[in-house]
Design a protein around this ligand. Structure first.
Ligand SMILES: *Cc1c(COP(=O)(O)O)cnc(C)c1O
Length: 458
């Protein structure tokens, strides 16, 4: 087999700015050792997120020029609607400015106190939008999905037996819908199998509960099904995606992921009554039915992106380039969540820095060192992001301490990734030198965005 190459040529380039290690040391100190507070211009390789960071194609940029900016009934809306319907098969397509806006509208209508929402793993904005209505968001993930070192094909699957028990316990009248997140972002970008989707659907049908998809990475999930699930190896990724959506009654989507655009999202629904309620709320909060918080040109770019993301050469390159990074790290003994997910590699900071306890934020220590050593920006997903305090002010750490390296779509080439590998291995070799951090300022909510740190000197 020959090398899998980037399935595109580069027409427009954006220079990245090189800095010295000394400069980076000063810059990160000034930013309170929080990579969210860095100026992007001081970052060489930015792996903070894969959201809204995709490179658009020449056809998408051409679509930007073709965008019809009519307030109502824009030509671009109908193109967008057709593209979404082709994949989802759903009756009502409602554009929103990003994924969380679709969530906000949906859960404002179906949520409320006394309501429960099961999901394989809620993404943080989904959880926040549910809890904002005083409803409860409950994660029902299979056991394998909770262990970073366990290799399995579909670690994003929902635990069906536990879902049944959950419905019996809470009562189907208190569960307005059940959700599956494909791929499971917060669980390491791990896919959900078609078998699991079918089984969850069966349970939902039996209890009269609609099944919704958080479909941000539907194409990556469909590709994993093609590669790993029996009976799908000869189906097109489009056909697999269509089958996934055929089991769903609705979906929320952030187009900033698998629609290859910088902004956008949608809500797709089959239920007429619910769609009417959502559209009423859309007009109050987002905009008119045919643009929903987006410009006509954005709708064009989404329509085109949804076509391109299902190209199998693209998906092969996409999944393989993330896997390549993961493989090289595993080979060198760097502990990561296995197997590599679709959009990111997650370093297991607990095993990487066993001498730094959770109270001293081992993930943050690695994140800072990756920046100082090589100008790479990653993000901590551990005690900084999800840690809580008990009554005595002692840290209650989350189950895992991770560092996420999210790979933007179509942005970096293999040599960028080789450079990232070199920097991580360098940091790994010197890991005994790494020290913990303490927080010197934090906001009451979502502290990871603005917290300030100081290295602990011993
Ligand atoms: C990004 C994301 C969202 C929220 O989408 P935004 O466009 O950032 O508002 C919801 N669910 C999942 C799984 C995501 O990855």
């Amino acid at each position: 087999m020959k090398t899998i190459i980037e399935p595109f040529k580069i027409k427009s380039v954006e220079p990245i700015r090189f800095t010295t290690k000394e400069e980076r040391q000063q810059v990160i100190e000034k930013a309170g050792y929080n990579t969210f507070l860095l100026h992007a211009d001081d970052v060489l390789i930015d792996l903070l997120t894969d959201s809204g960071t995709s490179a658009m194609s020449s056809e998408q940029w051409a679509g930007i020029m073709r965008g019809d900016e009519s307030y109502a009934g824009s030509k671009s809306f109908y193109k967008f609607e057709e593209a979404v319907k082709k994949i989802t098969g759903m009756k009502h397509i409602i554009p929103t400015h990003q994924g969380r806006a679709a969530e906000k509208i949906l859960f404002f209508i179906v949520g409320g106190s006394g309501k429960y929402f099961p999901n394989n793993t809620h993404f943080d904005t989904t959880r926040a939008n549910i809890e904002f209505t005083n409803a409860e968001a409950v994660d029902i993930l299979i056991e394998e999905g909770k262990h970073p070192e366990v290799r399995a094909d579909f670690k994003g699957n929902m635990d069906v037996a536990q879902l049944k028990r959950f419905i019996n316990e809470k009562g189907n009248e208190n569960i307005p819908l059940c959700m599956l997140t494909v791929t499971n972002n917060s669980g390491g970008g791990q896919p959900v199998s078609m078998q699991n989707i079918k089984e969850v659907k069966e349970v939902c049908v039996k209890h009269g509960i609609p099944l919704f998809l958080d479909a941000c990475r539907f194409a990556e999930n469909a590709y994993f099904i093609k590669k790993r699930e029996k009976g799908y190896e000869n189906k097109s990724v489009l056909a697999i995606a269509q089958e996934i959506f055929s089991y769903a009654d609705g979906a929320t989507m952030s187009a900033k992921k698998d629609a290859l655009v910088n902004i956008g999202g949608f809500l797709a629904l089959n239920d007429d009554e619910l769609a009417m309620q959502c559209r009423n709320l859309l007009i109050v909060t987002e905009g008119f039915l045919t643009y929903g918080g987006l410009a006509g040109r954005d709708l064009e770019a989404v329509a085109q992106g949804l076509e391109e993301v299902l190209d199998e050469h693209y998906l092969q390159y996409r999944i393989r380039s993330v896997e390549y990074l993961g493989e090289k790290l595993i080979l060198a003994g760097v502990p990561i969540i296995e197997p590599p997910g679709g959009h990111a590699i997650y370093i297991d900071a607990k095993r990487f820095l066993p001498h730094v306890p959770p109270e001293e934020f081992p993930g943050q220590s690695i994140v800072c060192e990756l920046y100082i050593e090589g100008g790479i920006r990653a993000v901590e997903i551990g005690s900084v992001m999800f840690g809580k305090y008990d009554k005595e002010g002692k840290l209650i750490p989350p189950p895992m301490e991770l560092v996420r390296l999210a790979i933007p779509r179509r942005v970096y080439t293999q040599s960028h990734i080789d450079y990232v590998i070199e920097v991580i291995l360098e940091v790994f070799q010197n890991k005994d030198r790494l020290r913990g951090y303490k927080i010197i300022y934090e906001a009451p909510m979502l502290r990871h965005f603005t917290a300030l740190f100081e290295p602990i000197r011993k």
